[in-house]
Design a protein around this ligand. Structure first.
Ligand code: BTN
Length: 274
């Protein structure tokens, strides 16, 4: 009974994705190593229809940023969306904003499904609720995808209804799921459909030259007002006060000498200033 209900919900979600006027290719996999790796293999094999969506129930080698791994249990929505130049602004200088715009789409989709959630965005692309990580985003550029065209693989891992009892103790203490703060049942399928609507909206707005994503991002900025420690490259660190992000999406860090505009870094630690 519960299996058939789950299966019906799954079939309905797949139908809805296949009828989407935006998506041009959809695959729902029972298991793969990593949806990002799978999407990259499909691109290497000549997939040229995008946006293309790859969703998996299980990943055996889920990847995070900076060679970290991503724990990929049932109840976590794991997907990769491939976008090409048709979905991007014509100016390549704006492309580094893609992961921030994606963060806004994930945050607004989560809020639409669980309205009382207080979602924060941690630069460059993590989502937090009540100081615990809810979702992570891994964007990978594929410079010569098909016919010399640029493509990006946008990987999203979003904890919808994860059973944390099987997670290691350290992860249990720093992660959370939508089901912990939603006032109704949330399913991977309903969150996925909502997320696709929000990605279509926010990527379309960004491509059209609108900058509404920036205010949405700033309104949810976790690090603004915090003292932060950053790793820049392999050997340099920076400690300073975060003043949000600029309109290009760079992190603003003030130390005793300068206001730094940081394009890329790993955030090692942060705490609210006293
Ligand atoms: C991070 O927090 O460092 C980013 C995590 C991204 C995880 C998602 S799960 C779906 C997609 N496939 C992967 O292997 N990684 C991304």
């Amino acid at each position: 009974m519960s299996f058939s209900w789950t299966q019906q919900r799954r079939d309905a979600a797949i139908d809805s994705l296949e009828q989407s006027s935006w998506l041009r290719h959809t695959e729902w996999l029972l298991e793969t190593d990593s949806t990002n790796t799978h999407a990259r293999r499909q691109l290497a094999a000549g997939l040229g229809r995008w946006p293309a969506l790859f969703v998996a129930d299980r990943q055996t080698a889920g990847r995070g940023r900076n060679t970290r791994s991503w724990w990929s249990p049932e109840g976590c929505l794991m997907l990769s969306l491939v976008v090409g130049q048709e979905q991007l602004p014509s100016d390549p200088a704006l492309w580094p904003q893609l992961s921030l715009v994606t963060g806004v789409a994930v945050a607004t989709a989560v809020e639409a499904e669980a309205p009382q959630s207080d979602v924060k965005l941690k630069w460059p692309n993590d989502l937090y609720v009540q100081s615990r990580k809810l979702a992570g985003i891994l964007v990978e550029a594929i410079p010569q995808a098909v016919d010399g065209q640029m493509a990006f693989v946008i990987g999203i891992g979003l904890n919808v209804a994860v059973d944390w009892s099987r997670a290691d103790i350290e992860l249990r203490g720093r992660a959370c799921s939508m089901s912990q703060f939603a006032d109704r049942d949330v399913s991977v399928e309903s969150v996925l459909l909502r997320l696709m609507e929000h990605l279509e909206h926010w990527l379309g707005s960004w491509r059209a030259g609108e900058t509404a994503w920036w205010q949405q991002w700033c309104d949810r900025s976790l690090l603004s007002g915090c003292s932060v420690q950053l790793q820049l490259g392999s050997s340099q660190q920076l400690i300073g006060d975060c003043e949000g992000i600029d309109r290009a999406g760079r992190l603003l860090i003030r130390d005793s000498e300068h206001l730094h505009h940081i394009q890329s870094a790993d955030v090692l630690a942060w705490q609210l200033r006293p």
